[in-house]
Write a protein of this length. Sequence first.
Length: 277
Amino acid sequence: MTIGPYTLTPVETGRFALDGGAMFGVVPKNLWNRTNPADEQNRIDMALRALLIQGNGMNILVDTGMGDKYDEKTLAIYKLDHSKWTLLSSLEQYGLKAGDITHVIQTHLHFDHCGGLVTQTAVGDLVPTFPNAKVFVQKENLKWARNPTEKDRASYLKHDWEPIAASGMLEEVDGPGEILPGIHLRIFNGHTRAQQLPLVSDGTTSVFFCADLFPTKAHINLPWIMGYDNFPLTTLEEKRALLPEAYQAGWKLFLEHDPQSGLISLESTPKGFRAVA
Ligand SMILES: [Zn+2]
């Protein structure tokens, strides 16, 4: 897909699974299980889909998957599956090496969004995966990640970003705005503090990267809100405000975690907005 000077390409980095109850909050299982069937441990399949934006001499990544700095027990809990794709193998398919990435936009610092930023070497050192990249994080999200609540402490793992901070590659962004030509960041605070979501637009065609505001297409439904969210009523209002804007402007929505659909449009129905694959 082309938008202005940019070519946009989905980058599959692997698959994992999370508890279906936690993914859908107050929604009963007999509803969510129809669209997102649970396995024997009640987990649903999740994609780890990054976005590659290329143009104007830049190779920009939005989010970096989950990475592979996990012990056996954690791998099993999250059903992490890199058998078909990894971040680097998918980039290689597009002719890119790690050194070619010029910018990374991290929507937030939860491990399933930024785990690919840092690689563990054979001798156990933690090194930046993309040595030539500038890494954009929201100042407020970094602050929260370093001092999380008990509720989302398990999702913020310091080894995912501190080696990047130590190497001077981290670029702290304070609030919304145009981060690169034609790429605007919006800020959302329901899931965690200061999730930054990029809108790539040339005025005619627009793609919005949803990350954990709409993790799967089922989450387009207003009350389908993750139990993981720190401020679910804020998420509700953020969704309520964004959907009509996205529908009226004809945005495509890029879904990071939906196991089937990476890109959807919206339709307006008497019951509210729905995803069209
Ligand atoms: Zn998250």
